[in-house]
Design a protein around this ligand. Structure first.
Ligand SMILES: Cc1cc2nc3c(=O)[nH]c(=O)nc-3n(C[C@H](O)[C@H](O)[C@H](O)COP(=O)(O)OP(=O)(O)OC[C@H]3O[C@@H](n4cnc5c(N)ncnc54)[C@H](O)[C@@H]3O)c2cc1C
Length: 455
């Protein structure tokens, strides 16, 4: 088996926003960084699972996530790939950020290349070797076969915690009571939706849309519709046998292009996205559900008659799977109380949003302390068992409910930026700092704040 002869100081597995921003941050700090992704582009779910918009970097009117998330938004805007932060017409959150997925791919390539970090696509981390509580190298599968990559520090941003799992870090999966994860969803993207017809119907029947009621002016003025509703029609379609999945309402978001909508509505339960059988079955079930939904949309939802299904997926989306059991585990209580941790490395304001693992229903808890936001401490990204591993993005150490809040992309981008900075700091001061737990939290906060991170 080959070894990659290059030596890297930091290896990041997974190029979603968390991994990309970890890599960019560490590379901007002058570190030699390799970013590995099993897909063909950066952006993770935003570019490979049709997810969007990014939501949310705001608590009411106050921005709580800045740093690279804001830089990304500015770069997308400058290139005409995003309108920036706009009001959420469902009122679920205050602001969200629509974007073009194609633009996202280009901008993330640009950011990693400018920072000088090397990126390999079509490579999966499939194993890890450990020596005396440290990962010495990771096994990678790529077009040439299997090869090893060595580094000083490893960052797991794979979403599923693959690297940490292969290295034997303590992990848990799913709901505490029964291990079940939130359902997966296959998103579908449509263009050519007659948004005026859709909007006109909603405004004329606003009493049928409890989540949009009272927001008529916002809906009229917004260039980017977020729609939640059509629950009566969905119920009728389930009773008639048109839809077979258990989702209570239609949820969809207009992208940066007028009349282009991301439909986030299918619900795939009882399958495990971390097993090959579960994931393969989820892809098939997701496509079948999207096909049923396509019929439903065209027949029962005004504005969709001539809409064109651009694509499903491409991959099914996993909301939650493995989580690190780290030095600290973020809890629902921390979020509800809006705890401001001494060692915070990110603020966030996306509420607890649990899609029911058993089927119908979504539980949301909007309380986040008096101030309306919460913080995330550094210790959720590290464990005592492996001294050179940081875990970032949606697979940090969090309870089932807390993960259902921290999982959205502005938050995971902030977590990624913090992981990249922490990894760089360990190496910067390697005489004094022996492991990822040894860094000075105050200095980490200072370094993040000077780069626009809001703490
Ligand atoms: C259906 C659905 C809808 C959602 N809707 C929204 C929304 O509207 N707005 C929002 O902000 N968030 C939304 N989310 C949440 C959000 O998309 C994810 O939680 C978030 O993208 C997680 O970011 P991440 O960087 O941690 O991981 P990901 O974005 O999942 O990135 C992980 C990356 O790691 C790579 N990878 C995985 N395993 C390996 C491996 N072994 N080796 C190498 N590379 C690997 C993958 O290819 C991927 O690029 C949604 C999620 C789902 C599933």
């Amino acid at each position: 088996m080959n070894s990659n002869n290059e030596f890297y100081e930091i290896v990041v597995a997974g190029g979603g926003l968390a991994g990309t921003f970890a890599a960019v941050t560490a590379a901007r700090m002058g570190k030699k960084v390799l970013l590995l992704d099993s897909g063909s582009c950066l952006g993770g779910t935003l570019t490979c699972c049709g997810v969007g918009p990014m939501m949310t970097g705001h608590s009411r009117d106050r921005q709580v996530i800045g740093g690279l998330f804001e830089e990304l938004t500015e770069r997308l805007k400058r290139n005409g790939y995003s309108c920036g932060h706009v009001r959420d017409t469902t009122g679920y959150i205050s602001y969200l950020t629509p974007f073009s997925a194609e633009g996202m791919k280009l901008v993330l390539d640009e950011m990693t290349e400018e920072a000088g970090c090397e990126t390999f696509f079509h490579v999966s981390v499939v194993g890890a070797e450990k020596c005396q509580g440290k990962i010495s190298r990771v096994l990678v599968s790529g077009p040439e076969g299997l090869f090893w990559v060595n580094a000083d520090i490893f960052i797991d941003a794979t979403g599923d915690g693959d690297l940490a799992y292969y290295a034997g870090a303590p992990m848990k999966k799913g709901r505490e009571s029964d291990g079940k994860s939130q359902p997966m969803t296959m998103n579908a993207k449509y263009c050519n939706v007659d948004r005026d017809q859709l909007l006109d119907y909603i405004l004329k029947n606003i009493e049928k849309f409890p989540r949009l009621y009272g927001k008529e002016q916002l809906l009229r003025e917004s260039g980017h519709l977020s729609i939640a509703g059509f629950s009566e029609e969905m119920k009728m379609a389930r009773e008639k046998g048109i839809l077979h999945f258990k989702r209570e309402e239609l949820l969809m978001f207009e992208t940066d292009r007028k009349g282009e909508f991301i439909v986030n509505t299918t619900r795939i339960t009882e399958l495990d996205g971390t097993t090959v059988r579960g994931l393969s079955q989820a892809e098939r079930v997701g496509r079948i559900q999207c096909n049923e939904l396509d019929y439903f949309l065209k027949k029962y939802v005004p504005g969709f008659k001539d809409a064109v299904l651009e694509y499903t997926g491409p991959s099914v989306g996993i909301r939650g799977s493995r989580q690190l059991e780290g030095i600290y585990t973020l809890t629902a209580g921390d979020i509800i109380k809006g705890t401001q941790f001494e060692t915070r490395i990110a603020l966030a304001a996306y509420p607890i949003d649990v899609h029911n693992p058993d089927g119908q229903g979504t539980k949301s808890i909007f309380k986040m302390g008096e101030q309306g936001y919460y913080s995330i401490p550094y210790e959720v990204m590290i464990c005592r068992e492996i001294s050179n591993l940081l875990v970032t993005g949606r697979c940090i150490s969090a309870s089932f409910e807390a993960q259902a809040a921290i999982r959205t992309t502005p938050t995971t981008s902030a977590l990624g930026q913090a992981a990249g900075m922490a990894a760089a700091m360990v190496l910067q001061d390697s005489e004094k700092v022996k492991d990822v737990n040894g860094i000075d939290r105050k200095e980490l906060q200072y370094k993040l704040k000077t780069r626009g991170v809001i703490l």
